[in-house]
Design a binder for this molecule. Structure first.
Ligand SMILES: Cc1cc2nc3c(=O)[nH]c(=O)nc-3n(C[C@H](O)[C@H](O)[C@H](O)COP(=O)(O)OP(=O)(O)OC[C@H]3O[C@@H](n4cnc5c(N)ncnc54)[C@H](O)[C@@H]3O)c2cc1C
Length: 228
């Protein structure tokens, strides 16, 4: 799995700061941009705490994600306040099918043999359908959800904070969780105040999942110690 930041709003924290200041100041935008002694950190912390989150929408981030399964992109695209472009199985041939193997399968020799046999069988059958002049868009119906894919995703900072709450949590599946953690690591580096303490809700208070929670909040807090 490979996650790359392709682009983001220049000076994301400055833009969020200016947007927030504009709401409460009689100054013009150029004047606000020239403000001396401005402290984006304190104001952004206040905004996050008070729930004035709409200003976070002015900062957006575009990621390129490769080497993930269609299982995971199916989960990812459920997040509606985002833009996506994904490699198409209608137009791009999957004759050289690459696939993602879950660690639980990789650790079990018998399961791994079975998994690989079925993947190879899918690959072979797909190729045969193409040779029978079945269009790619129909041949793909027999491809597995494990098929490797690539996707570009753009989210604003408000949506990213929500996404990290849901998908960095241990209730999320291992693959999307790994993607979300990597995205968070990048965001934290680029916009440390906006993404301070982002991640699963148990980093900020009690777990909201009730009986469905993992019951390992202490372990999760250690895992995310780098975000605090
Ligand atoms: C652990 C886990 C298990 C899951 N299991 C399942 C499952 O079994 N089956 C399944 O179908 N899905 C499942 N999902 C997906 C889940 O139901 C959501 O579709 C997905 O997490 C996107 O979240 P969202 O709707 O909050 O966020 P987004 O689409 O990212 O939207 C962000 C926020 O915008 C607001 N919003 C967006 N669209 C609307 C709207 N139309 N109306 C009102 N407000 C809106 C909401 O406040 C929403 O929280 C699971 C998700 C997780 C994290």
């Amino acid at each position: 799995m490979n996650v790359t930041l392709l682009a983001c709003t220049p000076h994301p924290e400055g833009v969020v700061y200016t947007a927030a200041r504009l709401c409460y100041s009689s100054k013009g935008i150029q004047e606000l941009l020239r403000e001396e002694g401005a402290s984006p950190k304190r104001l952004i912390e206040q905004l996050k705490a008070s729930g004035h989150h709409s200003v976070l929408e002015h900062a957006s981030f575009t990621f390129g994600i490769e080497g993930i399964s269609r299982v995971t992109t199916h989960q990812l695209v459920r997040h509606r306040l985002a833009s996506y472009s994904q490699r198409s199985q209608r137009y791009v041939s999957e004759e050289d099918l690459q696939y993602i193997t879950p660690p639980s399968v990789a650790e079990n020799r018998e399961a791994m043999d079975l998994f690989q046999q079925v993947m190879e069988r899918c690959k072979e059958a797909y190729g045969r359908l193409l040779r029978l002049n079945i269009p790619k868009e129909d041949a793909r119906y027999l491809l597995p959800s494990a098929a490797e894919t690539k996707i570009i995703v753009t989210m604003n900072a408000r949506e990213l904070l929500h996404f990290f709450s849901l998908r960095c949590c241990r209730r999320a599946q291992w693959e999307i969780r790994a993607v979300a953690k990597e995205m968070l690591r990048i965001c934290r580096h680029v916009a440390p105040t906006i993404f301070h303490n982002a991640g699963p809700p148990c980093l900020r208070g009690p777990c909201p999942e009730g009986p469905l929670g993992c019951g390992k909040a202490e372990e999760v807090r250690e895992e995310f110690a780098w975000i605090a």
